[in-house]
Structures are given as structure tokens and as C-alpha cells.
Design a binder for this molecule. Structure first.
Ligand SMILES: Cc1cc2nc3c(=O)[nH]c(=O)nc-3n(C[C@H](O)[C@H](O)[C@H](O)COP(=O)(O)O)c2cc1C
Length: 288
């Protein structure tokens, strides 16, 4: 487990991806309690609600957790509220805002920045980010870049400690991104069927039934999201995303079929990753 995770007290290299509408205090605390890192999306609520939600997480766990903010929207009051409430880790997505990174760093927070290219990873480092989240094109929800996880992660890991997002839903995937040089996997879609996820039954049924070929990348019809790429289950390719009748999910949805507790997911994925790495290290080489 990489240095920055150890420093944070995280035993398992699994980060719960913040997913607006699907991830709340129960799921975040459950992942942190299981040894991973929960990250709670709080960009879409009022700053006062952000404070309450952080307090709720803290009642449920004494472990570290991250707060996710969205640079597509006004977030300075959110960041101030998170700092006042004692946040230790902040995650920013949808572009780099150097002022916000600096403000978080000055307050002593660990800053995680989602990026879609290696050039952007270097920009994030120059801005002061501690950790880069390399989000691949196969990821669910709003997707910032156009490069796949397999190509993106090795391109960014040399610049800065990196977490791989997009397409990881089991231990084989986790082992794969660790092999690419990532310090951890940032897992979203797999946690949509966690018992603690705030996904309704219709969404759960869609997720459980979908294959890896059943998601499309389209545009968000909401003008606030400009021309953003967004991945959901079903619909016409390049269509428009209009919540709530569509379920966001990544291509790894084909691996996600049953409801489990978040703790079971963390344990199962990490055990399988360790078994995979062991199997690979024991594989006979071509010369023997
Ligand atoms: C339902 C849903 C909502 C999401 N909402 C957010 C969000 O609020 N903030 C964010 O940084 N990323 C968001 N994402 C992207 C995830 O953080 C992450 O990059 C993605 O789920 C990783 O890929 P995977 O789904 O293949 O695991 C969302 C993804 C999904 C599926």
C-alpha cells in the first residue's frame, strides 16, 4: 500500500468513488471502516448540508474520508465549510482550479485531483495536488477525458502518485491497475449495488441486468455541464442524459450483479487482487 495511503491510515488500496445521488454517509463510512477510503460527494448540496453530512460520517467512523467538490460549479463556500469542519482530504473533479487547490493545501488537506491526460496530471502537480485520479473513458457517470484507463494510468503514474478510476470492479481489475503503477483503484460502478448505496430498486435492477456492452457515452442535457461526456446504461449512442430516468454506470457494470455490503465488497475485491498477484508471481516463466 503506497505511502500517501499509509500516511492516511488506509490499509486497503480501494477508494470508493464519490457518486452524486448514490453515495451518502452510510456507504462512505462503511468503506472507510473496512480499511479503504470513502469519498463523499458534497458539491451539489448547500454548504450547511455539507457540514451536517460530514458530521454524520464522523459519527459512523473515526477513519479518514474524503470530500468531493466539482469545479464546474461555485464551490468556494463548500471548500470553506469543509475546511472549517476539519476535512483532511478533498477531491476535485471537472478541471483544475489552482486557487482552490492552494486554499486546501494551505489548510493542510491532502488534495486529490481527477484528470484525463498526462499533461493534465502535470498541471495538477504544478497546482499543488498530492494525488491524481486518472479517470479512464470506461468510467461511469460524468467522464472528463477520452483516454482509456489502460492507456492513461501508465502515462500519468510517473508524474505523481495516482489512483486509477474507470473499469475496475473486481480484484483482477485492482491487480491490473496496481501493475500499471497506480497506488489504488477508485471504484464506482461496483459500489452501486452495495447495500448502503442510495440507488433505488429500478436503478439496481438495471445495473444487475446490464452487460459490459450496455452503456453509452452521451451528453448531459443540463447546460450547467457544458459539453460533458456522461456514461449511462442503455439509450441511444450520443443521446442526451436527462436524469432521473437514466442510470449512470460504467462499462464494468457487466461484472456487477449482486447486492453485498460495502465491507464485503472491499474484502472480496482486495482478497481477489492479492490472490491474482500471487498467482502471477508464481506463474512459470517462458524459459522454464
Ligand atoms: C452514478 C455515478 C455518479 C457519479 N458522480 C460523481 C461525482 O459526484 N463526483 C465525481 O468526482 N465523480 C462522479 N462519478 C465518477 C466516479 O467518481 C468514478 O470516476 C467512476 O465511477 C469510476 O469508474 P467505474 O464506474 O468504472 O468504477 C460518478 C459516477 C457514477 C457511476
Amino acid at each position: 500500500v503506497a505511502g500517501f495511503l499509509v500516511d492516511l491510515g488506509i490499509r486497503v488500496p480501494i477508494v470508493l468513488a464519490p457518486m452524486d445521488g448514490a453515495v451518502g454517509p452510510d456507504l462512505v463510512a462503511a468503506v472507510s471502516n473496512a480499511g479503504g477510503l470513502g469519498v463523499i460527494p458534497l458539491w451539489s448540496v448547500e454548504p450547511s448540508v455539507l457540514t451536517q453530512q460530514m458530521q454524520t460520517v464522523r459519527r459512523l467512523t473515526s477513519k479518514p474520508f474524503g470530500v468531493n467538490l466539482n469545479n464546474q460549479f461555485p464551490q468556494d463556500d463548500h471548500l470553506a465549510a469543509a475546511i472549517d469542519e476539519g476535512a483532511r482530504i478533498v477531491s476535485f473533479f471537472w478541471g483544475i482550479n489552482q486557487k482552490r487547490v492552494m486554499r486546501a493545501k494551505m489548510a493542510g488537506l491532502v488534495v486529490m485531483q481527477t484528470v484525463g491526460t498526462a499533461a493534465e496530471a502535470r498541471e495538477a502537480v504544478d497546482a499543488g495536488a498530492d494525488v491524481v485520479v486518472a479517470q479512464g473513458w470506461e468510467a461511469g457517470g460524468h467522464v472528463w477525458g477520452t483516454v482509456t484507463t489502460l492507456a492513461l494510468v501508465p502515462a500519468v503514474v510517473d508524474a505523481v502518485p495516482s489512483v486509477a478510476a474507470g473499469g475496475v470492479a473486481d480484484g483482477r481489475g485492482l491487480a491490473a491497475v496496481l501493475a500499471l503503477g497506480a497506488s489504488a483503484a477508485w471504484i464506482g460502478t461496483r459500489f452501486l449495488l452495495a447495500e448502503e448505496a442510495t440507488v433505488d430498486q429500478t436503478g439496481r435492477d438495471r445495473i444487475g441486468a446490464a452487460t459490459e456492452a450496455d452503456t453509452v457515452m452521451g451528453k448531459d442535457a443540463n447546460p450547467d455541464w457544458l459539453d460533458s461526456g456522461v456514461r449511462w446504461i442503455g439509450g441511444e449512442p450520443s443521446g442526451e442524459y436527462r436524469p432521473p430516468d437514466r442510470q449512470l454506470a460504467g462499462q464494468s457494470v457487466g461484472l456487477v450483479h449482486r447486492a453485498q455490503s460495502a465491507a464485503q465488497i472491499v474484502t472480496e475485491v482486495w482478497d481477489e487482487a492479492q490472490e491474482t498477484m500471487k498467482r502471477l508471481s508464481q506463474a512459470p516463466s517462458a524459459s522454464t
